[in-house]
Structures are given as C-alpha cells and as structure tokens.
Ligand binder design. Sequence first.
Ligand SMILES: [Zn+2]
Length: 399
Amino acid sequence: MPRHLLVNARLATLRGGRYSIVEKGAMAVDGGKIEWVGPMAELDPRLRGDDELDAHGALVTPGLVDCHTHLVFAGNRAREFEMRLAGATYEEIARAGGGIVSTMKATRAASEAQLAEESGRRLDALIEGGVTTVEIKSGYGLDLESELKCLRVARSLEQPRAVSIRTTLLGAHTVPPEYRGRSDEYVSFVCEQLIPAAAKAGLADAVDAFCEGIGFSPQQTRRVFEAARTHGLRVKLHADQLSNLGGAALAAEFGALSADHLEHTDEAGVQALRRSGTVAVLLPGAFYFLRETKLPPVESLRRHGVPMDVATDCNPGTSPLTSLATAMNMACTLFRLTPEEALAGTTIHAANALGLEDRGVLEAGKRADYLIWDAEDPAELAWTIAGRRPTRIITPGAH
Ligand SMILES: [Zn+2]
C-alpha cells in the first residue's frame, strides 16, 4: 500500500466504541498504517502531496470485522430448510442425523480445491460488503485429516484477496457418527489428538466448542478448554444459544476472547463476562433463521458495559448469511442495538473478540483498513436491509 493522504472525509473513527466523527477529516497512511487522523484544518502541510485520495465528503469507517463464521464447508442445506418449513425442528433434524452431519459428509468428501472454490465465493461476498478481517472456524470435518484440511483451506483463502483471516478450531462442534453414543471418547480425541495436531501445525489461532444439550456438556467443554490452554491457544464458546448451561460463565472462567450467541445467558453470566473482559458476540442471523424468540440480554450487557459484537455466523444450517451489514440491520431490528452499537460491534469490539488490538478503529498506529461509503450518516450502514457495499475498500493486504 503506497503512502497516501485521504482528504475531505467524514470520518467515523469508532474511537471509544462510539461514532467519534471527525468532520472534514483527513487521514495520512504510511507503510500500511495510519500515521495521523484529524480535521483538515489541523493537517500538517508537510503531509500534503501528490498521493491524495479525495473522499468528496463521503463517510469513511474502519474496515469491518466478521468475528464469527463457519464459511468453509461443502454443499448446501436448502433441502433441510424446506424440511424445517414443513414442520421439523432444528433439534429434531440434528437428532435424526441431519444438520451438521450432512454438511460433514459433503465437507469430508470435498477436495481442498473444491472446498476453497465454494468457500471463496462466500468470502468474496463478505469482502464486497466491506469485511477486511474475518474469522473462520473448522467444525465440518470432525476427523483429524478433515479438520486440518478445513483450517488449511481457511488459511489459503487469504492470499489472493484483500482480507485478513483468523482461524478457529471447532472440533467440538458435534459428535460425528463414528463416535455416536461415545461423546466422551470423541472429546478425548479432540483434546489428545486434534488440538495438539492443529497447534503443532500452527493452523489455529483459537479453539471453540458448542456447549449445548445437542452439542457438548459444560464438563466436556471444560476438557476442551483445558487442552487448548495446554497448547497455548485462546478459547471462544458457542454459549447459551438454545438453553442456559452456564456457558457464558464457563467461557469467562477460561478468559475466553468471546462468548457467542448468549440468547439464554442470565444476569450471573453477564456479570462473569464483565469481570473477565470477554466480548459478547450476538448472532442475529441464526436467531432470525431459526425463528427464535428468546432475546439475548442486550440491556443487561449494555448496563454492565460488556462490549457487544455482531457477526454473520455464516453457516449452512442456521445462518446462510454473507452480508455483515444485513447482520447489523438484524441486530438493530431484532435485538434493539443502536446503529452505533452495531457499527462498534463490527469494527473495534469485533477486532477485540479476535484478540486483534491493531485494527477496527481509525487512529494513529492502527492498520490502515478503511472503507469509503456512498453515505454521509453512519446510521445508513445498519439501516438498509439488503446490506450496503462500500465504494472503496482500502487495506494493506490489497492486491
Ligand atoms: Zn457459530
């Protein structure tokens, strides 16, 4: 990325998790980093030069961060969608061997090239919507080779694109058919073989688990977290989505980067998140798609000052969503976040949910990931349902 100066911009810097607008702003970028941000009137004339990018008064925000996706998978679940509309519930489909397992079969069978092709299309859709950093979980391989394959594919998607990818090992997503009725043994496999192998290969930035009645118990989740800790990996958790198993408190106990879903989290869980500094990731796409009615405790999270993120949860079974702006709209409409909270939850807080302190906010020293929008008011980003697209995406990784 060449040195340049952005001028005449309406900068929503997101400092402090607020819009923190700089009117008639300028931003100097050098070496892929932001060197200076402020009003044009205070701009050091020595920063002016030939390489000026004129925003003509348009809104500029940090690049968006989608901190929770499962976008590496093969096949689709349109048939299951149809079944569910004919009356079958998510739990019934899961117990009947459908759900995650059907995607697992397609994903195991797919070559790395095929998986990269299918998954890359979903990633490209996110990028077109302004996502410059994305987290991708494994969890549809569920055996040693297939899980590592998914992580390798996730990492490989970064190269030809202007995006940063963080990978999360979600071996404890569901019990694969070969371990049916032996979930403790499967957890042993995850802890003793899968986590060590992914850590040794350097393929995972974090470890996640699905703590739920149809997933893994809190005790099993604890074993997974202990194995992650042994191998120096941070944890995240699918917590309290369909029932309250105390997932938020468990995540907090292990200093998790984030606790995700949280529809059934109670006051004690929220307080635990606050004490541990764990970010709450809200996933309105799954709430919408499953037609859930139990709302996450947004008012309590707000009152306790727990940072709230919004992510797509892009996955075939419960959130086939590839627009982070649409997720922002859903977070406002369904969960009553303010557009400002939704934008903070897809920039500064979302970066923190990935342990990335170097982005998500426009200030000196941060990565120069930023977006120019055909908009003036930042609330416009969460206002439209179909999702806005930025007119320019500027990132140090741009090819
Ligand atoms: Zn998820």
